[in-house]
Design a protein around this ligand. Structure first.
Ligand code: PAF
Length: 284
């Protein structure tokens, strides 16, 4: 059964009746196969899955696409229903508040200020973005009180921010990071891909292909990092890259001296659409 709830109070009451294990998949809607992979894992793990669809104003900058962000609730509900058909005896409660006041009732509401993992890479280019993400996720966690919560690793820095928040604030929630889902041509799925024209979709393939090529240069060896960094230097002469960097996969530090695992992190921009991707590997 899929139940749609639009009010925070109603959700809190429904949750209070729940006895079994509870999974939570927070999203901003306009669902694709990446979101559905999170739902499938949550349904496999838990008795009941809470699934939020809320375009969070706090994580958008003043010139970003909050107003244009696609809102496709009817279609999203159909996708959730057809996914649930494969899991008999399970249920999904969709929390889809109609307006921001349902989640943030006061203009003076409290904010989570992210310290670790903020002000670098994506956080440096999008001031307040991770504070906005952490604040809404904290609030949704308070409302849903899940045992497990599922996040896509495409937003890798976001995943680290949330994991850190849960640890620092001693929230009893297991954070599960799920692999990036890609088109067969390598393009990482994202709700924002639909902003791309046909030509831009072709151009966008540069992103995953470049990451794959640099990962091949590194080939699991610290000794190859210098060569990979030189390769990146020449790639960055193309101004469509907002950034393309090699970082430690656990700390996001630039210092890779003691790293055992690295992540390539990148944003490639086509028009006003920023495409985010990452690729990781062990190194020795
Ligand atoms: O990854 C997203 O879709 C959003 O950042 C999230 C986690 C739902 C918070 O609004």
């Amino acid at each position: 059964m899929v139940k749609l709830i639009k009010s925070t109070q109603e959700l809190i009451s429904a949750r209070a009746q729940e006895k079994g294990s509870t999974g939570f998949v927070p999203t901003m809607g306009n669902l694709h196969a990446g979101h559905i992979s999170l739902l499938e894992r949550a349904l496999a793990d838990c008795d009941v899955v809470y699934f939020s669809i809320f375009v969070n104003p706090k994580q958008f900058g003043p010139t970003e696409d909050f107003k244009e962000y696609p809102r496709t609730l009817e279609r999203d509900l159909e996708l959730i229903k057809s996914c649930l058909n494969k899991y008999s005896g399970k249920s999904v409660i969709v929390f889809a508040p109609e307006n921001p006041e349902e989640v943030f009732p006061s203009s003076d509401d409290q904010t989570i200020v992210v310290t670790n993992f903020n002000n670098i890479i994506e956080g440096k280019l999008r001031p307040n973005h991770f504070d906005g993400v952490a604040t809404v996720v904290f609030k949704l966690f308070q409302i849903v009180k899940p045992h497990k919560a599922y996040f896509g690793l495409k937003d890798y820095q976001q995943y680290l921010v949330i994991r850190q928040m849960v640890k620092e604030l001693a929230m009893p929630i297991e954070i599960i990071g799920m692999p990036i889902i890609r088109e067969s041509n390598g393009l990482a799925l994202s709700s924002r891909n639909q902003y791309l024209s046909e030509n831009q979709k072709e151009e966008a393939l540069i992103l995953s292909r470049t990451l794959t090529k640099i990962a091949q240069t590194i080939a699991g060896k610290k000794a190859n990092l210098l060569k990979a960094k030189k390769e990146i230097e020449s790639i960055l002469s193309d101004t469509r890259w907002n950034y393309l960097e090699i970082r430690d996969a656990y700390s996001l530090s630039e210092d890779l001296t003691n790293s055992s695992r690295i992540t390539l992190v990148a944003v490639f921009q086509l028009g006003s659409t920023r495409l985010l991707d990452n690729m990781q590997q062990e190194i020795e």
